[in-house]
Design a protein around this ligand. Sequence first.
Ligand SMILES: [Zn+2]
Length: 330
Amino acid sequence: MGEHHSDLILGIDLGGSKILAAVVSHRGRVVSSHESVTPATEGRDVVIQCIVDSAYAALEQAHVAASEISAVGIGAAGISNPEAGILFTSPHLPGWRNVLLRDIIQDRLGQKTFLTNDANAAALGEFCFGAARGAHDFIYITISTGIGGGIVIDGKICTGAIGVAGEVGHMTIDDKGPICDCGNRGCWETLASGTAMAREAKLRITKGVKTSILEYAEGNIENVTPQAVHRAAEEGDKLAKELIAKTGYYIGVGLASLINIFNPELIVVGGGLSNLGEMLLEPAFKTAEKRAYKEAFQAVRFASAELGRNSGVIGAATFALHEMKRLRHE
Ligand SMILES: [Zn+2]
């Protein structure tokens, strides 16, 4: 409360499955938000219209006109160049190729707009307002359908030469592993994500392994989700427990590399799959401990993401705010 409209920013989280728009205060407080399902298969223009509609719905809820906010920040799933405002490609948005998303949204909403990657945005959100407050060197990872990441070195998000840095989900873990959405083989997210766990569950069920997982998927193999595997595991199902432990193992294999490469003080873990908790994370941390340098592992602390589903919109809004400040001082 007590905030001026000019302190408000519109944050947009564009994911492959959902679009979240929120009016966010400069202190990272979500004033209002609106969520819709991403009409990913209906093409670019429909998705863009959906972003605009969600943005206006969030603004209306907060009783703020688009002209009253100070900026718009978009965190988009996929490979983007924030400097140029281009979303190069997104594995979950078929047909998107080199889209000037920043300028399109800027034209539609009539406010200064900034574009960044969704996981880098979420990392920034956790850094400024969540679990990574006060950290200097930390890594944020989000494990859900895929694995996203943001790397903060010396208090700054590592963007790389053109803004693509931090794509931890696409480090190769198994050179002969499953084909990834990015075109490579055996990326971390093909082995350690929710999608990987569900794929493995379906494969084992098809092979006739005895399991209760199907009971939690309405008896339909197509409905096997990580949640179904989790519920079966909680009831003691052997296969389900094995699949979660195996996913945890692969999470740990990737974590060990990140720990050795970056020597972070903190790793913040978020995303839907991390809700599986100990069952998943214990084997992950154990594996990381076994494989990483002892000294590097001892220096790292693990924490759960604090901003939950809002990390992306808060981070995107914060990104826009920081960029506005940077432009003012240039
Ligand atoms: Zn990949």
